[in-house]
Design a binder for this molecule. Sequence first.
Ligand code: HEC
Ligand code: HEC
Length: 376
Amino acid sequence: MSLKHYAVLALFLCLLGIPLRGHAQDRLGFDGDDLVTPDCAAMSDWFECRSINDPSVNASVRRGYEYIHHTTSTLGPDAPRNETNTFEDGTAYANASIACSSCHFTGGHVPFGTPFYQVPDKYASKPYFRPLNYNRDAADSILDCFSNCMNNPRTPPKDDPVIQDMLAYIQWVADGVTDPSMKGAGWPTLPGHGLPVIPGVATMTANPAAGATIYANECAGCHSDDGPGQGEYRSDESRPRVPALWGVNSYTRGAAFYNNQNLGAFVRQFMPYGDPLTLSNQQALDVAAFINQQGHPDGLADQMFCHIEADNIPASLRKPAAANVGCTYPGEPFNSTQIMNGPWAPITAWRNAEIARLLNGMRGVNPGINLLLNDN
Ligand code: HEC
Ligand code: HEC
């Protein structure tokens, strides 16, 4: 059906009072249009799906859910303005073409779909965040996503009620974990808590020109034809129908998706919507390269990996091989095309050799150094 026919049909159905896309609810009570939902039956050994609409769910958790799932209508520029969602100068907390749950599928319930069930235990120990050289807690990781995943130039303070409600919601998701061995220090055994990985990706090469054709055939029908797919702002809906993949309101160069290995694996796992795992690994990598070649905002990208680590090694040597952000180690023989599109194994090998050389030169000066090598 062409867009024009779609519009005529939509108008006709609207006149009859029938919405073209119903706001159907999934079993967790998440309303929306098309959602990537968890397979609750398959997860039932270790996770209990509970409805957000259950009367036992407290008000803070519900507000957190609204901010994370209906980001546009609660924190976006057209949300009714109030002191909870607006900076003193009148700017909205969030851009509009993407919701947190556009990537954190069904509000962080989907294995490999950037879930939230691991977050409280993972961040309890304030793990080191190498790109920005600090130890962060769960609130910090939310703020980093505000900046890097959604291109919001300003972020609310950590004790802001919006952030506190988001944390309450994230804790509620984590409370769904039923297997005691996966709680606390056992969080790394939670299925799908990290991004998926394409097997053997380090020796592959992404081809953005081939990706352009795949994008046109497999993705554009939703992501481009539907305006917000390119970052255009749609003001009349509670969350983007199809989220932005590039443009001013999309994820920035500082985001985990601005790394073709990460985006390719995520795309293969979940897209095209409704038809996951149908692209080959190569096709997924190619389409990711095409998307990341389009315009992406800077976010915090240029500040990343610019420090010297505690063992005197420059962080630029420990960047993921596919991260084309932040500082570059002097004399490195790789251009940004190879860093974006691979092959990545030679980059990792060169950097590891340089780390080893530096550490060797420092031997005796700083004994007991823990040599952390990139695995991608
Ligand atoms: C049938 C419509 C449809 C098609 C086709 C489609 N998508 Fe999506 N895409 C969606 C929807 C809807 C979401 C958000 C799902 C949700 O909110 O749970 C999404 C989310 C995404 C996301 C995560 C959100 C973001 O903005 O980063 C990425 C990445 C993505 N799609 C890439 C692709 C790629 C690449 C293709 C082609 C291989 C593709 N999509 C094909 C509908 C589609
Ligand atoms: C464009 C996609 C995208 C959007 C939009 C987005 N995120 Fe993220 N977020 C990610 C990715 C990718 C990661 C890294 C996941 C990983 O490395 O395993 C992440 C990480 C996080 C983490 C840390 C998870 C962990 O286990 O380390 C939190 C918390 C988080 N995001 C919250 C949010 C919130 C709240 C919003 C909305 C204000 C948001 N994100 C918007 C993609 C997104």
